[in-house]
Design a protein around this ligand. Structure first.
Ligand code: AMP
Length: 114
């Protein structure tokens, strides 16, 4: 068995996280190295390594994740806007091999990224 990722350990409640939302399909928690006043991570409970590995059967799950991002953005008061990022692979800067969406807000965010 490959070793569990940090995020799988959070799903399995083996390590703590500041969980802000959970349902049967996904989990959202505060990023431990926040880059904005609001910096959440939303992850599917299904073990998908990245956006590069999604499949047709994940279509409904991915739509669900986007709707939860919308819900969290409203709940966290991001009415001036927010950024959603899915770093993917080595060049994308992905450091945890479990699909995750960053949700950042409550400050102006620069573009383009570095
Ligand atoms: P990425 O670089 O896109 O793969 O993002 C991984 C993110 O996970 C980083 O922003 C980290 O700060 C965050 N992170 C890593 N470990 C934890 C943890 N145990 N709890 C919360 N966030 C974490």
């Amino acid at each position: 068995m490959p070793e569990k990722t940090i995020f799988k350990k959070i799903i399995d409640k083996e390590i703590p996280a500041e969980i802000v939302y959970e349902d049967d399909h996904c989990l959202a928690f505060k990023d431990s190295n926040a880059q904005a006043p609001v910096h959440l991570l939303l992850i599917p409970k299904k073990e998908i390594r990245s956006l590069a590995e999604i499949e047709q059967e994940d279509q409904q799950l991915l739509g669900h994740l986007l709707l939860i991002i919308n819900k969290l953005a409203r709940e966290f008061g991001l009415s001036d806007g927010f950024r959603t990022v899915a770093n993917t692979g080595k060049d994308g800067g992905q450091t945890v091999d479990h699909l995750h969406f960053h949700l950042l807000g409550q400050r102006p965010l620069d573009w383009p990224p570095g």
